[in-house]
Design a protein around this ligand. Structure first.
Ligand code: HEC
Length: 111
């Protein structure tokens, strides 16, 4: 195996490992923070297209936060959407949501 090829393979594996780790982290956030109100995670994630999730998660998830902060019914989520924990982890959440969006063709293995 030549050096360049080895390097290429290493980078490929690293990239794959980090991106699936982010999706996994995002799934954990989703299960912990969203499923209590949006029952049946898989079905819920698949209600939006990749484009819609990306839009909602734009600017550190501002769209998604605003959507909840403006709804009396979502009151129990306000503390979360207002917190820095939410803002810090939106990248992971976005990766998960986009990965399993309606038009992604993927289904989460577990929920
Ligand atoms: C405290 C309950 C609660 C939590 C927690 C919560 N939501 Fe919501 N969510 C709501 C309510 C209520 C609405 C408004 C639904 C409506 O107007 O009928 C909503 C609307 C939405 C919508 C708009 C889609 C639609 O059907 O109108 C999306 C997308 C969404 N939530 C995603 C999430 C995600 C992702 C999380 C986790 C980070 C989350 N929600 C956490 C209560 C919650």
């Amino acid at each position: 195996m030549n050096k360049k090829f080895f390097l290429f393979i290493s980078i490929l594996f690293l990239t794959l490992a980090t991106s699936s780790a982010a999706v996994y982290k995002g799934q954990k956030i989703f299960v912990k923070e969203c499923v209590k109100c949006h029952a049946s995670g898989q079905v819920f994630v698949a209600t939006q297209n990749m484009k819609d999730w990306k839009k909602l998660m734009n600017k550190n998830g501002k769209g998604l936060a605003d959507l909840h902060l403006g709804k009396e019914k979502a009151k129990d989520s306000w503390e979360y959407f207002d917190s820095s924990i939410y803002a810090k982890k939106t990248k992971h959440l976005e990766q998960f949501l986009v990965e399993y969006a309606k038009d992604s063709g993927n289904v989460p293995a577990c929920n």
